[in-house]
Design a protein around this ligand. Structure first.
Ligand SMILES: Cc1cc2nc3c(=O)[nH]c(=O)nc-3n(C[C@H](O)[C@H](O)[C@H](O)COP(=O)(O)OP(=O)(O)OC[C@H]3O[C@@H](n4cnc5c(N)ncnc54)[C@H](O)[C@@H]3O)c2cc1C
Length: 394
């Protein structure tokens, strides 16, 4: 059972999980910045958590800078707009919640959000392959059919429309942070090239694997409790593959034997579902152990492997109708190196990682949350609201 299913079942059984306090809208809008606006916050990482943090600080008139290691903002919500005629989400693809999350991220009732989302239909076809037998059903698949898919848009397009314009001038790209010194009154951040940035507070939003690998040296060192959970945290690697076919021969979802276990997930799905497009794009989503065999292959080996897998199920149609493909291996991205904290990780891991250190070092991101859920964009944004709220209360 995945964490998402667990949370859903707890809800159905009336088991109460920790609930997000009503964060920001009220808290952030009352400008209750007790320390005054004359402060500067340094944000490390320009994924959804870093961008959201900057956006919320900007709403409060607080100075900030976002320091990003790679040449792009977006982190794991990056998309590709060249492969076909709608954005291909290379990482985050679905909204694993309801539309109210968009309003919470934008945190401004005067903004009308026009992003279009596509629901799945209960009559969508799902293919199952198990013990040598392939079958299709329209019975619905617990979990996935409740996610919302972006229509002619993506998480990245949403952030580019509503969040990035407020923070773009404050993003410093190609600047991997290598140290954070918080022993004095100020926090001093140093990048690989030796450039220093000073702030009153820092919000760290780098992927958990980056902290686990020790890319950033903290002075004083991270607290023992954080080091312990970082050491034991099991983080899934992951990749996505998109394949264009000249004919659609596959169902909305295709799940294979052992494709959804505690150790990972493998899912083929119609990536063009609900899009205003004639392209037939099949997506393959892989995380955890289910990703490992695929990740070892060269680009061409991977293509042949996937086509063979699909040919076996659909009578050779995959090879016959193949047009082109696109691979995104997140485990190989130099400043990501992971998909996300495993579904079966303990909620305690995120809660300990989310705790600020003193009143200077704050954490936001999908792995640093004080709630029962993690590994999603809306969770990363929610943790940013929490970090900024805490800073405003200082
Ligand atoms: C294959 C895959 C599928 C997914 N599917 C979904 C989905 O359908 N729906 C969903 O909601 N979520 C999904 N997610 C998860 C989602 O992408 C993440 O939860 C979200 O991107 C987390 O945002 P973040 O800001 O915490 O981290 P990130 O997006 O990883 O951003 C962190 C940023 O920190 C930067 N950084 C790293 N090291 C340094 C350093 N030393 N100095 C400065 N900057 C640094 C990175 O370059 C990156 O830009 C998926 C993820 C993957 C990999």
């Amino acid at each position: 059972m995945t964490r998402k299913e667990f949370i859903k079942i707890c809800g159905a059984l009336g088991i109460v999980l920790p609930v997000a306090p009503s964060l920001l809208a009220s808290n952030l809008n009352d400008k209750s910045d007790k320390r005054g606006l004359n402060r500067k916050v340094i944000i490390i990482g320009a994924g959804p958590a870093g961008l959201s943090s900057g956006y919320l600080l900007n709403q409060q008139g607080i100075d900030f800078e976002i320091i990003e290691a790679s040449a792009h903002y977006g982190g794991r919500i990056r998309h590709n707009t060249e492969f076909t005629d709608f954005p291909i989400p290379l990482g985050a693809e679905w909204l694993h919640s309801d539309l109210s999350e968009f309003d919470k991220i934008v945190n401004d009732p005067s903004v009308q959000i026009t992003t279009k989302m596509q629901e799945y239909s209960k009559s969508d076809t799902i293919g199952y392959f198990d013990e040598g037998t392939y079958a299709e059903t329209t019975e619905g698949w617990f979990g996935v059919d409740e996610d919302l898919k972006f229509k002619g848009s993506s998480w990245m397009a949403f952030f580019e429309e509503y969040i990035v314009p407020s923070v773009q001038d404050k993003i410093i790209l190609n600047a991997p942070v290598t140290s954070i010194n918080y022993e004095g009154d100020e926090v001093i951040i140093t990048t690989q090239k030796g450039k220093m940035y000073k702030g009153d507070e820092v919000i760290v939003t780098v992927p958990i694997q980056i902290l686990k690998d020790g890319d950033i040296e903290f002075t004083p060192s991270l607290p023992k409790s954080k080091l312990e959970v970082l050491k034991e945290a099991y983080i899934w690697g992951g990749m996505k593959v998109f394949i264009e076919f000249s004919k659609k021969f596959y169902p909305t979802f295709l799940t294979l034997h052992n494709s959804h276990t505690v150790n990972g997930q493998q899912l083929y799905y119609d990536a063009a579902y609900g899009q205003n497009s004639k392209s037939n794009i099949l997506g393959l989503f892989l995380v955890g152990l289910n990703a490992v065999d695929y990740q070892k292959k060269s680009d061409n080996e991977l293509k042949e492997y996937i086509l063979k897998e699909l040919d076996g199920l659909y009578g050779g149609q995959a090879s016959k109708y193949y047009v082109k493909h696109l691979v995104q291996n997140w485990s190989k991205e130099p400043y990501i190196r992971q998909a996300y904290l495993a579904d079966y990780a303990r909620a305690r891991t995120s809660r300990i990682l989310a705790k600020p250190i003193g009143n200077k070092v704050f954490f936001a991101g999908d792995a640093y949350t004080s709630f029962a859920d993690w590994s999603s964009v809306h969770i990363a944004a929610r943790s940013a609201r929490e970090a900024v709220s805490s800073i405003l209360e200082l």
